[in-house]
Design a protein around this ligand. Structure first.
Ligand SMILES: *Cc1c(COP(=O)(O)O)cnc(C)c1O
Length: 484
């Protein structure tokens, strides 16, 4: 049975369930919660074993079909076949097969457990966000074409998300992207990645300010409802449900690659920030995938580690949010976390709403004395944190021991993964970016520059296309109005 109707984590009584296509282009629910399927589809052992041997895009179609029942199966298959190709996910390590899309690289045995890297960063921007964003680009184009509509995506980025969105949306019919970034504040590699795009539907706006100024402009434009409607403004941030669904697929793929039959269990470790990636792992587990542990790894910004250890969720202020050498995990609150809390509270929308109102008003909540917190282990979650010194030591150690070079985020994951090994249970650490994107930390750890995939060798020398604008919402709105 396809699960096709969606409800809100804040469960407004009487709110009509929505279909996948209805929520595809949206963000928050009308009552400011997040969308989740009314029921998680179940995958039994026979079905799971039947998926062994499927190509990535075939597996993706099987899983997606369970969530988007209002899109014809043949269209789902065409969309995944177009998205998950060896040509798009070509930046694999020597010896790996790009057709695997998410190759599993075994490192070795530690503490009686096989330790492996699930390589998710072989797409165009060399980070795992391409796994979901590339599908989103094709899904958006499909849905907009069908409805005869257009969409103008407005976003702010300090690096990873913006480039993944641009590479996913470039050349797509009916879509334009206006991406704000702080002028001269991104790394030369990240800047080149975004600004070297010459597609006429991609607009890079370099804002004379910091990342927060960019975000404020996006907020101001989105809160101007007349402008938002007239200019058909949308976003692609990490709460988008289709992004979560796309990420479920590689947990299945990794599981199938690590096992020979579905009586076996596997653990996953996930370098986490907004809880989007590991939320997909949680849902895979709720669908019946035999996951033993889901290990949440944070950096010094340890909001999530604190919660899983203590039951206290304490959002950080901008001043309390540290800038680290794993910058994509530098978050003050985890925007997808509400999805898990809803499940933990037995899908009680009223209680979830109360807790997250408390987050907005008082900056957090404490569920340590609720019976549900004692059940958290039933969901497989454990956690840990990693510091700059840990990252550097882990990058060095993995290089010496296994000859691999991992990026700082993946290193955070591996540091924490090693604290949660169980004899006989394979541990797959998710590789969320390639080392080439973070050369400074690699040089600190290994004394040399990381290898770059061939296509990126001279990316800084390519001509760049961007517009410098002041940190001023009305100027940006005028620019968008002139170009839509
Ligand atoms: C976005 C990102 C993360 C964090 O993922 P979430 O889904 O926000 O938890 C980790 N590592 C890298 C490299 C990222 O780009």
């Amino acid at each position: 049975m396809a699960s096709t109707s969606y409800l809100s984590t804040r469960g407004a009584a009487g709110a009509a369930p929505q279909s996948f296509s209805q929520i595809l282009l949206g963000g928050l629910t009308p009552d400011c919660g997040l969308y989740l399927p009314a029921q998680y589809p179940w995958v039994d052992a026979a079905e799971l074993d039947g998926w062994r041997g499927l190509a990535y895009h075939e597996l993706a179609a099987c899983i997606l079909a369970k969530f988007c029942g209002d899109i014809p199966q043949a269209d789902v298959e065409a969309l995944t076949a177009k998205t998950y190709t060896a040509a798009v996910y070509c930046n694999v390590r020597p010896g790996q097969n790009a057709a695997d899309i998410t190759p599993l690289q075994w490192l070795g045995e530690e503490g009686g457990a096989r330790l492996g890297l699930l390589c998710l960063s072989n797409g165009p921007t060399l980070a795992f966000k391409d796994m979901a964003m590339q599908l989103l680009g094709n899904l958006f184009e499909y849905a907009l074409t069908k409805a005869g509509q257009e969409l103008n995506i407005l976003g702010a980025t300090s690096g990873d998300t913006g480039s993944a969105a641009e590479y996913a949306m470039r050349g797509k019919r009916g879509i334009k992207v206006f991406m704000l970034s702080p002028h001269k504040k991104m790394s030369p590699f990240q800047t080149a990645q975004m600004f070297s795009l010459q597609d006429p539907n991609i607009f890079n706006l370099a804002v004379q300010g910091v990342f927060d100024d960019c975000q404020d402009i996006v907020k101001a434009a989105s809160n101007d409802l007349a402008f938002k409607a007239a200019r058909k403004i949308g976003t692609v941030n990490s709460i988008n449900w289709a992004r979560v669904v796309a990420q479920i697929v590689y947990y299945f793929k990794g599981y199938l690659a690590a096992t020979t039959d579905s009586t076996q269990k596997v653990s996953f470790t996930v370098p986490s920030g907004n809880f989007g990636n590991v939320c997909a792992g949680h849902i895979a587990r709720m669908m019946g995938l035999p996951i033993h542990k889901l290990v949440v790894a944070t950096n010094e910004n340890d909001v999530l580690d604190e919660f899983f250890r203590t039951g206290v969720y304490r959002v950080r202020s901008a001043e309390q949010t540290r800038q680290t050498s794993s910058p994509s995990m530098d978050i003050s609150k985890a925007s997808n976390f509400e999805r898990f809390v809803f499940d933990l509270l037995g899908r009680d929308g009223a209680r979830t709403a109360a807790l997250f109102r408390q987050v907005e008003q008082e900056g957090g909540f404490d569920i340590s004395s609720m019976p549900e917190f004692e059940h958290i282990a039933n969901y497989g979650f454990v956690s840990g944190r990693s510091t700059h010194a840990d990252r550097v030591a882990t990058i060095r150690n993995l290089n010496k021991r296994y000859g691999v070079v991992v990026d700082p985020h993946t290193a955070d994951g591996l540091k924490v993964a090693r604290e949660h090994l169980d004899a006989g249970v394979p541990m797959l650490a998710l590789e969320t970016a390639l080392a080439a994107k973070f050369s400074e930390t690699i040089v600190e750890a290994l004394g040399r520059e990381p290898e770059r995939p061939a296509a990126y060798r001279d990316i800084e020398a390519l001509p760049q296309c961007f517009e410098v604008v002041p940190a001023d919402a009305s100027t940006v709105k005028e620019y968008i109005a002139d170009h839509t």
